[in-house]
Design a protein around this ligand. Structure first.
Ligand SMILES: Nc1ncnc2c1ncn2[C@@H]1O[C@H](COP(=O)(O)OP(=O)(O)OP(=O)(O)O)[C@@H](O)[C@H]1O
Ligand SMILES: [Mg+2]
Length: 519
């Protein structure tokens, strides 16, 4: 054997080893979340070396918390994060699909299929699957559609109370807002320990006024001012204070400041919201005047409050303007409620944009966090359903797509058919995991669903995981938002193709930034 052949052989072995390692890492990530998917999925407990624990059923939460050192594991986790930020649900499905495409694809490479043909086929398979999803999507025309509650219930893991709250929140905010890509119903979800679940037209500021003790339980028709600054007199240099003119200037600026505080009172303001801190003089002045003041409010809460009440953020220097001008920056609402028990402020019935707040409560901190995540999943799913329609859930759509893609692969001449087959096989994984989680025989149930779908020509024949009977997913209300499925497929296909293209992993210089992709 020539030296050249030996080197070539060694290189191929090295490349296969990299591929095998990458595939193993991807599957390890998938295995962590496979047991959580579907109606019978269980939770994962994570423990750190100090013995602290976290328990969750949510794909992203688990993957974010788990220790993952392998670069491919980190690539999949980052794909899952992108699924969450784009559609807010379907993170477990994304991880499972990505790992399955990688596993199927790498076994094709081991058989000698060139990576470029394989990746081309994967891309074709994903595109065809998305086209087919479009064909079977049912669009939702009104917010009282039954499928909207079903969508919330499926994404909300069967919590009827949460599904009801989310659908009420969606109705409150209205179709126009839900269709606006800039509006996120997920952001309307707020949680609070020991609070009662409710939906209202308003916003919550999760901080208490610094003078809560002097405030009534509520104020009707309040006027609100939002100061996007710290509240205090202008700063004077210590050295300048030692001179006569410096001291005079200091006294003048304090007088102006006091005058400006009086202007806030004279503008009829009941609540002052400040994004940074306030000084003692302002605290004392507002308390004396019976005006609520809350400091260090988050940027998001301030933005929501402004949109809801029509208040405009102003800088401290804007207070130097005359009273009428200052009044123009204020916002109004029907009522402010000072929730002393939960140390927060509820602003209802703002005079500007409608704003839904979906408040979920539970008795312990852990339960509150999990209920908040469930409500967020349901909210994301409801908005995605309104925007792009719904498809059969329970892994059924994927099974139907798998069969269609296999037909396409069989009709394909070139080696890219292997890529299409890889996507087809991967699409069966979510269903197989869900049946396994329900304690059923996955391959037997897959066969039953496939043959029933073939017999009836219906893409929605599904499995009822409780009764083990074959049912129509739409009739049973087992529905998922089309957008979640489409995004999961795209994201999984992209990360799988990137992983399959990796030929070698080498160490990078220490000072180079992480996650740099140079092509
Ligand atoms: N009662 C049910 N019957 C049948 N299938 C269900 C039921 N409830 C949920 N499912 C299915 O479970 C799948 C979603 O499972 P799950 O919510 O655990 O994962 P995910 O949405 O991919 O990820 P995550 O919610 O963790 O971001 C969907 O295919 C959905 O249709
Ligand atoms: Mg989900």
């Amino acid at each position: 054997m020539s030296d050249h052949m030996l080197t070539g052989h060694h290189e191929a072995e090295e490349n296969f080893r990299t591929l095998l390692n990458n595939t193993t890492a991807a599957q390890a990530v998938s295995r962590v979340v496979e047991g959580t998917i579907g109606p019978k999925g269980l939770d994962v407990m994570l423990v750190d070396n100090l013995g602290r624990i976290a328990v969750s059923n949510d794909g992203l939460t688990i993957l974010k918390l788990m220790e993952a050192n392998h670069p491919v594991a980190r690539m999949i986790i980052s794909a899952v994060k992108s699924q969450q930020s784009e559609v807010g649900d379907g993170t477990t499905t994304t991880a499972i699909l990505a790992a399955a495409i990688i596993a199927e694809g790498s076994s094709c490479i081991f058989k000698g299929v060139p990576v470029s043909s394989l990746v081309q086929g994967i891309d074709k398979g994903i595109k065809e699957a998305i086209r087919l999803i479009d064909e079977v999507t049912v669009h939702i025309s009104s917010l009282d559609h039954k499928y909207l509650f079903d969508t919330a219930l499926i994404a909300g893991r069967g919590h009827e109370d949460i599904a009801g709250l989310v659908v009420d929140g969606a109705s409150l905010i209205g179709m126009e807002n839900l269709l606006n890509p800039g509006y996120k119903l997920v952001d309307a979800v707020v949680s609070c320990e020991a609070a009662a679940d409710r939906v209202f037209n308003g916003v919550i500021i999760k901080r208490e006024p610094i003078n809560m003790h002097i405030l009534p339980e509520f104020i009707s028709n309040p006027v609100i001012i939002v100061i996007n600054d710290a509240l205090g007199p202008g700063k004077i240099d210590n050295d300048a204070l030692k001179t006569d003119s410096g001291f005079k200037h200091y006294m003048q600026s304090r007088d102006l400041y006091e005058h400006n505080l009086q202007k806030i009172r004279d503008a009829g303001v009941n609540l002052v919201v400040v994004d940074r801190g306030i000084d003692d003089m302002a605290e004392e002045f507002f308390s004396r005047s019976g005006i609520a003041v809350v400091q260090r409010v988050s940027a998001r809460e301030i933005d929501d409050l402004c949109r809801h009440t029509g208040a405009q953020k102003l800088k401290r220097s804007t207070l130097d303007e005359n009273l009428d001008q200052v009044k123009q920056y204020t916002g109004c609402a029907e009522q402010i409620r000072f929730d002393k028990k939960h140390r927060q402020i509820l602003v209802h019935g703002g005079r500007s944009e409608s704003f839904a707040t979906i408040l979920v409560g539970a008795s312990t901190r852990e339960a509150v966090e999990e209920r908040e995540r469930i409500a967020q999943d349901a909210a994301a799913a409801v908005q995605a359903a309104v925007q792009d329609g719904i498809v059969a859930g329970g892994g059924t759509l994927e099974v139907w797509l798998a069969e269609r893609l296999q037909e396409l692969a069989d009709a394909e001449d070139g080696l890219s058919s292997y890529g299409i087959s890889s996507v087809s096989e991967a699409l069966k994984r979510p269903f197989l995991c869900m049946t396994a989680n329900a304690g059923l025989n996955p391959l037997k149930k897959l066969g039953e669903v496939l043959s029933s779908q073939k017999e009836t020509g219906s893409s929605s024949i599904s499995l009822d995981y409780s009764s083990e009977k074959l049912v129509d997913a739409f009739e049973k209300g087992i529905v998922d938002p089309a957008g979640v499925k489409i995004n999961a497929l795209k994201t999984a296909g992209e990360v799988a193709a990137s992983v399959l293209r990796i030929n070698m992993i080498i160490k990078m210089q220490a000072d180079k930034p992480d996650n740099t992709f140079i092509n």
